[in-house]
Structures are given as structure tokens and as C-alpha cells.
Design a protein around this ligand. Sequence first.
Ligand SMILES: Cc1cc2nc3c(=O)[nH]c(=O)nc-3n(C[C@H](O)[C@H](O)[C@H](O)COP(=O)(O)OP(=O)(O)OC[C@H]3O[C@@H](n4cnc5c(N)ncnc54)[C@H](O)[C@@H]3O)c2cc1C
Length: 417
Amino acid sequence: MERIERLKLRDKTSEAIERSKARFGELGMDFDLPEELQMLKETVRRFVDRELIPLEREYRPGEEEGMPEHLLKPLQEKTKALGLWMLDVPQEYGGAGLDLLSRCIITEELSRSVAVPFRHVEIFGPQVRPVLFHCNEDQKERFLFPVLRGEMQVCFAQTEPDAGSDPASMKTRAVRDGDYFIVNGTKRFISGAGRADYAQVMAVTDPEKRARGGITCLMVDMKSPGVILERQWPTMMGDAPWQIVFEDVRVPAADVIGKVGEGFSLGQSWIQEGRIRGHGARPVGIAQRALDMMIDYAHHRVTFGRPLAERQAVQFMVADSAMELHAARLMVYECAWRHDRGEDVRNLSYMVKITCAEMAGRVVDRSIQVHGGVGLTRDLPLEWWYRQLRSIRITEGATEVLRWRLAQNLMRARKHD
Ligand SMILES: Cc1cc2nc3c(=O)[nH]c(=O)nc-3n(C[C@H](O)[C@H](O)[C@H](O)COP(=O)(O)OP(=O)(O)OC[C@H]3O[C@@H](n4cnc5c(N)ncnc54)[C@H](O)[C@@H]3O)c2cc1C
């Protein structure tokens, strides 16, 4: 009896092996980027090496939001000429309509330079908040198109003094009054509010439903009576987001984006993309250059009669950085690729952000260590990256919150198996 079972098992195993062989023969498993993406990567790499890295001696993003016009405009002309313009804008609005994987690859290469603002990147065209793609026809004329033409700036206002990681507990209210909503509340840490024409404000319209149909996205004219730019919060990264108070601000009901109660889910879908590209691909690009710099310096710097490259302590830092970077890059590419195929990548996107943000922090830290005193100076980009990377372990989802959510999802799924 036992022998018969063993034979059956052997037959099943060899069948599975044959099936697997046939499948690999047909489909193969390819970890190389498709040729067109390799070419895109190469084009952006050349642009960064020629145009941005030399600019680093002259320009390092500081407190101002975005790049100064006299530097930005010539760069924009060059990216337009290369066909790298409005990458995340759908083709129907004149953009390139690139998928997320392509945009991750561009971001990865771009992030190798420190001459790029961390939170307001306009080198490839005006910054468009994707929520605006949900505008109706009339709103497109008033909001989306002026933003695409570079004539209007919009900030995104969700966080509040008592609602950061848990935005669903926000207190800002929008109460219907005929053809208007009356908005009251305080928003904190809002990037770009000082120069924004409009704020995309998330406000509670139904306190019972909250995140499940009770939060609405309203376009609030920053010149409206009752909008007060209360203060700025200067940060260690150099930028200084704003605190905005809304006191009985009258907002036309025609300026609600999407449906009433739909705002929260619109905002969240945008944040997921940001997690993969901004908090995944960008740290990968930063870590790549920090590692390259670490290796170059180790070859040239001689201490005690030998180059640092010959010291095992330094070699281990190089090896650990290369391993972690490799794993993180594959995670970003896989997650973006699955996202583009329409798969649910919520859990993967949490893994990507946590892995990449923490990995790049460690790689930049090691690179500073290998550079010694010069690594701490502002002559090198390392100290700037060190500060920026520290911030993304908190902004747009603290890593503890993402770990908590990830574990909850995994445990819930296993329970239902
Ligand atoms: C420079 C900058 C720019 C920003 N720009 C914008 C913007 O343009 N628009 C906007 O709306 N917001 C913006 N923010 C806000 C940002 O997204 C929030 O700061 C972030 O979501 C964290 O919220 P919080 O600061 O209130 O931290 P809190 O929610 O108070 O959390 C504090 C800490 O508690 C821990 N924690 C919280 N919850 C849990 C949990 N469940 N389990 C375990 N640990 C937990 C984490 O370690 C977290 O870091 C910006 C912030 C900064 C600093």
C-alpha cells in the first residue's frame, strides 16, 4: 500500500516537472527591463549626468519651494526636446501617459542628482495632483488645464494637528449651505501652500461615514475670505510646510472634485502611487549614487599607506549596501509592474516604501562614514540626502503604521484561508 502511494507521488512529481519545463520553455522568466525601458533609463541617466550633476556645485534645493525659474526653464526646454514631458499626464491631455514602471525608472535616475527639489519636481513639467484628473468638464477648464499650462499651483491639504497618520479622524468640516459649502478647520504641514492658488482640501461632510463616504475633496481658492496662512514649520530637510486655518470659508458646491463623500478614496489612490515611485524608486536612485561615491572614494583615499578599498571594514559596507540596494530595486520594479497590470499591490507597496526608505538611509549613512569628515560637508550631496531620507520614514505614512497595516492584512488573509 505504502509502495503504491509512493509510486503515485513520484508520477505526480514528474508530471509537475514536465509541466513546469514546458511552461518555462514557453514563457521564460526575464529579469531584464524591456529594451525600450533600458533606452529610456539610459536617456535619463545621460541627461542627469550632463545637466544636473554639474549643476550641483551651483544649486542645492533650500527653503524655497521648487527650483528657481532661471535654472528650471532651460532644463524644461531640454526635457521637452527629449520627449520627457508631462510624464504622468494622460495622453488625452497632451501628456506622455507613461505607466508607473517607466516613471519609476525615470525617478530612479533623476534622484541620483541632488540638484532636484525633493517635494516639488517640475523638471518634466508642471506638478499635477492626480486628483485633478477626476475633474468634470467645467472644472477641467478652470483647474486642470491652467495647471497643465503652468499658470496655476495647487497644494494638497489633508493632515491636521490631531490627524496625521490617521487622516480619517480629521476635524475640518464642510457643511452644505445652498450652493456652497462652509469650511472650518486647521490643516498642518501643507507643502507649497504659500504659493498655491488653490488648495485641495479634504473635509468631513458626513461625520458618521468619515473615510467610508463621509470625506469630500474641495478646491478652495486661497484668496477666499477666511483662508489664513497661519505659520510655516521649518524642517531639518530645508523645506517649510504651512499651517492653514479655514474660518467660515464659502466654497461653491461646483468646486467639489468627484462626488461628495468620495474625497478620501481619491486621495488614498494617489498616495499609493507616491509610495512606490517617490518613496521606493527615489531612494533606490539616491542609494545607487551614494554607493558609487563610496566605491570611488574608497579607491582613491589612502590611510595608513593603503587605499580604503583594501580594508575589510569598508568592503563590508560596500557589499552590504550593494545587496540591500539590489533587493530593493527588484521590489520596486515588481511592484510597479504588478500595479500596471491592474493587480492589488497595497501590501507590496507598503513593503516597497519601508524597504527602500530604510535601505537608502543605511547606504547614505555608510557612504558618509567611508568619506569621513568630507562626507559631513555640504560640498557633497550625502548630508542633504541623509536629511531628506529621514523625512520619508514619517511623511505620507510612517513606517510603523505601514508595518502595522501590512501585518494586519497578512494575518487577516491567513485567518480566512
Ligand atoms: C515636510 C513635510 C511635508 C508635508 N506635506 C504634506 C502635504 O503637502 N499635505 C498633507 O496633507 N500633509 C503633509 N505632510 C504631513 C505628513 O504626511 C504627516 O506628518 C504624516 O502623515 C505623519 O503624521 P503626524 O506628523 O501627525 O504623525 P503622527 O500621526 O502623530 O504619528 C507620530 C508617530 O507615531 C507613530 N505611530 C502613529 N500611528 C502608529 C500606529 N498605528 N502604530 C505604531 N506607530 C504609530 C509613528 O512612529 C509616527 O511617526 C507633510 C509633512 C512634512 C513633515
